[in-house]
Design a protein around this ligand. Sequence first.
Ligand SMILES: [Zn+2]
Length: 124
Amino acid sequence: MTKKQLQAIKEKLEVEKARIEAELAVMAHRNPQTSESDFEADYKDVGDDDDDNASEVAQYTSDLSVSSELEKTLRDIEKALASMKKGDYGLCKYCGDSIDPKRLEIRPTSSSCIACKKTFTKEA
Ligand SMILES: [Zn+2]
């Protein structure tokens, strides 16, 4: 991979990271007890009768699942950015070979090459 390709991917990841952090900031707050990228969904107090309580719980549950998806993506992005800093970005975590830059352009958080991905998981 060329420096230019790497730089383009890095910028893409940083934009995506900022977007996810902004989204998470709306529905959740950082958990001060744990790592930086751990978020807890905010429990929204709508009201006290049973209907209100039910919709609070439903909203909270859906926020939780959305925010945990976002968190997972955020962690993948942070991992990718960290490996760029270390200089081992784009190397397969299983075999150590370079991951096809085309694959990284489409999915910059990939940490394994296509061959290993197929071997170790069922997805293509
Ligand atoms: Zn591999």
